[in-house]
Structures are given as C-alpha cells and as structure tokens.
Design a protein around this ligand. Structure first.
Ligand code: NAD
Ligand code: UDP
Ligand code: UDP
Length: 333
C-alpha cells in the first residue's frame, strides 16, 4: 500500500515538474478559426504547454475535438468577460466573434468581450508580468478615406452604427492595451488583422470566402451584397500565423499596432468569379442589399511589418482558395 502511495506521489510530482519546465501559453478564442491554427502551430513545439480558453460562441466543436488530441493542450471553457486567475508565461488574446452576422447578433456581448475580456487579460498579463498579444482588426479604420491603410491613419468609424460594437470594441481594447503599457509597463503587442481565410473556417460562419465556396460547391446561388465592386485583400491563414508569431517572438520591443494581411486587393465580384471558376460550379450570381456601413475599399500598407518583423505574405489568392476549397469539399460534399 505504502509503495503504491509513494509511486503515485512521485508520478504527480514528476508531472508538476514537467509542466513547470514548459512554457505555458494562453490562447483565448482557441476553438475559432485563427485560434485553432495558432494552437496547432504552437503545440508543435513540445516545450510549449497550451492553455486554450473559449466560451464556444462561434468556436467549432470539431476544431476543439482536434485540439484535444494534442498532448500539450489543455482546454478551459470560460468566458473572458469574467476574471480568471491562472499561471501563464505568454498570452495570445483572440477571443471575440469576427464575422459581422455573429458580432451584430449580440452586439452588447461583443462590446463586453472586447472591453471586459481585454481588461481581464491585461490584468492577468500585469499579474504574471508576461507578454500579451491582442488581435485587433482592419475594422478600426472603418470605411477608410486613406488607401491603402497605414497604421498611423486614425480611421473613419461610425460610432453608433451596427458595426460599432465590433469596431469601437476593438478600438477601446487597443486603448486599454496602450494604457496598460503606459501606466503599468505591461509588455503589449497589437496586430491589426485584415480579412483572413483558409481551412477550418466554419462553413456557416457568414464571411464572404466561406459563404461563396459553400454556395458554389452546392451549386446554390452566390450571394453578392451590394454591387460587388467593394474590395477586400485576403490573407491565407498560414501567412497570418507566421505574422502573428513573428510579432510575439521579435526581440525588439515592438508594441504595434502593426497591420498583418495581404495587399492583393480584389473586388467581391471578382472573388465570386474566381471561386466559381476554380470549382467549375454552375451557380448563378445573385445580388442582395449591402449591409450598413460596409467598407468600400480595404487594403493594408504592409511596410511596417516588412521592416520591423521581416514578414510578408507569400500565398497567392488562387493557391489559398484551392487549399480552402479542398477543405470544404471534404466537409460538406
Ligand atoms: P472566430 O469567430 O472563428 O473565433 C473567435 C473565437 O473566440 C471563437 O471560438 C469564440 O467562441 C471565441 N469567443 C468569442 N467571445 C468569447 C468570450 N467572451 N469568451 C471566450 N471566448 C470567446 O474568429 P477568428 O476569425 O478566429 O478571429 C479571431 C480573432 O482575430 C478575433 O479577435 C477577430 O476579431 C480577429 N480578426 C480576425 C479576422 C479574420 O479575418 N479572421 C480579421 C480581423 C481580426
Ligand atoms: N484579473 C484577472 N486575472 C488576473 C489578474 C486580474 O482576471 O490574474 C482581472 C481583474 O479581476 C480585474 C482586471 O483583470 O477585473 C484588471 O486587473 P487590474 O489588476 O489591472 O485592475 P484592478 O483589479 O486593480 O482594478
Ligand atoms: N459579402 C458578400 N456576400 C456574402 C458575404 C459577404 O458580398 O455572402 C461581402 C460583404 O458585404 C463585404 C465583403 O463581402 O463587402 C467581406 O465580408 P466579410 O463578412 O467576409 O468581412 P468584412 O470585411 O465585411 O468584415
């Protein structure tokens, strides 16, 4: 009996010791599209122990099932609007719905997630004296009057429109990040992410790339909002993960904000035609009303990321779309 008890104690101590020798990395929003890829990428290093937090609002059960297979991943179902006291060495704070249909469905929650969630993560980073990276968005530029958008541009945001819960939520979160740096010297990093796409987006997420691919694969009508002449610049997920990790890992003390994305600008109608042609789909194109405050043009100026992080995107849209289409073929056909 004594031998068994001693053995159990030794095993527990060894496990604690093993865990403590690792780098504990917190990823909020781990079950979402970017969180899933970031977790998989960071988990490749067996010295990392990943703690993933998600409230599963837009997170995917399938993504989570995959992550739970990883030896060095631990999941906590938690809502970041509430405080959490854990031990971590580094924080990637991603938790927030990102698709307009979802962030507008529960707008007050979207504000709370970005305001209170970011406050709590900053409190945690301050207590742990660790680095925190926040995924902001190109939406902080609103419907931009400057093109392409540089980080120094303050933006053109409607503070009372339907997109404001997200745009202003991200803007106040950036403010909090900067104030925790100025007042408490927290090691902060802000990246402004432009439209990103790839495998493991939810098929019903509502964003343009997943909508068009799923519609085209099913030979259903492709729904263009407005006249389709509005532009976006789409970044493939692998490039985005490289950019995010370059920002976290740079030796230089760079707080950002830094734009991350792809600067190959295309119109929504061209995107629809590309997707239809790659798939060889017979879908017709139909036009629906343009959502309120939908930005007319969007393209990042990536000079700062190239100079400071030595990072630029590599994956052309055709190549990225083919990879994404292959993923959706497997899950919906
Ligand atoms: P996503 O919706 O796929 O993932 C977000 C995750 O956060 C989901 O798993 C969701 O359940 C979780 N979440 C939401 N509210 C939460 C809360 N209160 N507590 C805990 N978890 C919560 O979105 P994504 O595309 O992976 O985006 C991740 C981050 O990147 C977001 O902060 C988003 O604003 C930012 N971003 C993404 C894009 C893009 O094109 N994908 C562009 C700009 C910015
Ligand atoms: N917080 C947290 N985890 C921590 C430390 C703080 O969730 O490990 C929360 C805390 O509850 C507070 C917020 O983060 O709501 C900001 O914390 P900070 O210490 O900066 O502010 P204070 O508690 O002094 O208002
Ligand atoms: N859009 C579209 N059809 C769709 C979904 C989106 O035409 O089925 C348009 C949308 O109005 C916007 C662009 O595609 O102009 C990108 O939308 P998304 O929701 O992906 O991201 P946003 O950049 O608006 O946050």
């Amino acid at each position: 009996m004594e031998v068994i008890t001693t053995t159990i104690i030794i095993i527990i101590l060894l496990r604690i010791e093993h865990r403590m020798s690792k780098k504990n990395i917190l990823i909020t929003g781990c079950a979402g599209f970017i969180g899933y890829h970031l977790t998989k990428y960071l988990a490749k290093n067996s010295n990392n122990h990943i703690i993933g937090i998600d409230n599963m609002f837009t997170g995917s059960i399938d993504n989570l099932k995959e992550l739970k297979k990883l030896d060095n991943f631990e999941f906590i179902r938690h809502d970041v609007i509430f405080p959490i006291y854990i031990e971590v060495d580094e924080i990637y704070h991603l938790a927030s719905p990102a698709s307009p249909i979802y962030y507008q469905q529960t707008p007050i929650k979207t504000v709370k997630t970005n305001l209170l969630g970011t406050l709590n993560m900053l409190g945690l980073a301050k207590r742990m004296k660790c680095k925190i990276l926040f995924t902001s968005t190109s939406e902080v530029y609103g419907n931009p009057n400057q093109h392409p958008q540089k980080e120094e541009y303050f933006g053109n945001v409607n503070p009372i429109g339907k997109r404001a819960c997200y745009d202003e939520g991200k803007r106040i979160a950036e403010t909090l990040m900067m104030d925790y740096k100025r007042q408490h010297n927290v090691k902060i990093k802000i990246v402004r992410i432009f439209n990103t796409y790839g495998p493991n987006m939810s098929y019903d997420d509502g964003r343009v790339v997943s909508n068009f691919i799923v519609q085209a694969l099913r030979n259903n009508p492709i729904s263009i909002y407005g006249d389709g002449n509005q532009t976006r610049s789409f970044c493939y997920i692998d490039d985005m993960i490289d950019g995010i990790s370059a920002m976290m890992d740079t030796d230089l003390i760079i707080t950002g904000p830094i734009n991350l994305g792809n600067n190959q600008e295309i119109s929504v109608v061209t995107l629809a035609e590309k997707i239809r042609s790659i798939i060889g789909s017979e879908s017709e194109i139909i036009y629906k009303p343009l959502p309120e405050d939908d930005p007319v043009r969007r393209k990042p100026d990536l000079t700062l990321a190239a100079n400071l992080l030595k990072w630029s995107p590599n994956i052309e849209i055709e190549n990225g779309l083919k990879r994404t289409i292959n993923y959706f073929k497997e899950i919906i056909c």
